[in-house]
Design a binder for this molecule. Structure first.
Ligand SMILES: Nc1ncnc2c1ncn2[C@@H]1O[C@H](COP(=O)(O)OP(=O)(O)OP(=O)(O)O)[C@@H](O)[C@H]1O
Ligand SMILES: [Mg+2]
Length: 335
């Protein structure tokens, strides 16, 4: 995919000679295929798999919490069901929501028992889908209108469920879902006077829960999880990850990448005291943008002018941008 460079000048409307750039294929560059889990994280995942317990991940934004779930699903060849937590989420949303208004409206215009059947008004949430996914097709059919299985059902089998950013939810949510999460079941009140749907043994969902802080989570919830905190990334691993991701763009390594790494790790030093330290994700954006920067060649050192033009990918506060711009000039001058 390519598009025109934005020029931002009052005289430029539709440029006579547009300057085209090849934009970054985000899915290819940032995708989970090239995710590399650190050893401790790999061990925590395996402990969670072994014990059938949820894995709770914390860590700074951009350290790879969400993408771990995507990589896990990819590697185990399980479908991934995602629950994106909102400030209004309640425990039941993890399993299903019921459209009471829709059913009421349908009842105004129809007396058809099939049209009014409760299964027409159920929308399964991520964990609900994963539990249904574990069931034999014959059993799962009972939950759907006219026994028609939905497109997302590919069971019987296991699935990865990502409950992303659980700390966004009201504090009741983790407590309210404790038993259901632990025992992989839920109850649909509107079906058959309260139908219990329970994951088939050996086909239980693999649950990954992310949070930007473990502080708000109740001890009873933490007790049921395998916990792993992602530490900020080290130099060698970040180089490896960046190299693999740049290779997907057919970009070579060289002094440019080494200087970019140095700038990144310098900026993370306590003495710069950045309001928001850049993360793995921001570094990858920085090198991806640099790879498209005219004149920034992989085999040459990083020039301050090039660094400054793509600095907005790396630092996210006004005072941090000033520090980073100054630092990139000092680093270049001292080479
Ligand atoms: N270990 C890793 N290996 C490869 N890429 C990584 C790794 N960690 C992070 N990334 C890159 O960083 C990006 C952001 O990761 P992700 O969205 O998982 O972070 P996060 O911890 O969930 O952040 P947030 O808390 O802001 O949601 C990913 O798209 C990926 O490109
Ligand atoms: Mg995330």
């Amino acid at each position: 995919m390519s598009c025109n460079w934005f020029q931002g000048r009052p005289d430029v409307m539709a440029p006579a000679q547009p300057v085209e750039i090849e934009s970054i294929d985000r899915d290819r560059f940032f995708g989970p295929e090239n995710y590399e889990a650190e050893d401790g994280l790999r061990d925590a995942v395996n402990a969670a798999l072994l014990l059938d317990q949820p894995l709770l991940l914390t860590g700074e934004p951009g350290t790879g919490k969400t993408q771990l779930a995507e990589k896990l699903a990819l590697e185990l060849a399980f479908p991934l069901f995602k629950f994106e937590t909102k400030s209004t989420s309640v425990a039941q949303d993890l399993f299903y929501t019921f459209d009471h208004v829709g059913r009421f409206q349908t009842a105004q215009v129809s007396k058809d028992a099939a049209a009014l059947h409760a299964s027409n008004f159920i929308d399964f949430g991520a964990l609900g889908k994963a539990v249904v996914q574990s069931l034999q097709a014959a059993e799962a059919r009972a939950l759907f209108p006219a026994g028609n299985l939905p497109a997302w059902y590919s069971g019987p089998g296991r699935a990865v469920v990502l409950i992303d950013e659980i700390d966004k939810a009201p504090s009741d949510l983790p407590n309210d879902a404790l038993n259901e999460i632990e025992r992989h079941y839920f109850r649909i009140r509107e079906l058959q006077g309260g139908l219990e749907v329970k994951a088939a043994a050996r086909q239980r969902p693999v649950l990954v829960i992310t949070s930007n802080s473990e502080k708000q989570l109740p001890d009873a919830f933490l007790r049921r999880c395998i916990f792993y905190h992602l530490q900020p990334i080290g130099h060698e691993r970040l180089r490896r990850i960046a190299l693999r991701r740049l290779a997907a763009l057919q970009v070579q390594s060289g002094p440019l990448l080494e200087d970019a790494l140095q700038l990144f790790f310098d900026l993370r030093k306590p003495e710069y005291d950045l309001r928001k330290r850049p993360s793995t994700a921001e570094f990858l954006s920085f090198v991806a943008a640099l790879s498209r920067e005219p004149g920034a060649l992989p085999e040459q050192a990083l020039q301050p002018a090039h660094a400054r033009r793509v600095l907005a990918t790396l630092v996210k506060a006004p005072e941090d941008q000033t520090v980073a711009a100054r630092h990139s000039m000092i680093a270049a001058a001292s080479r």
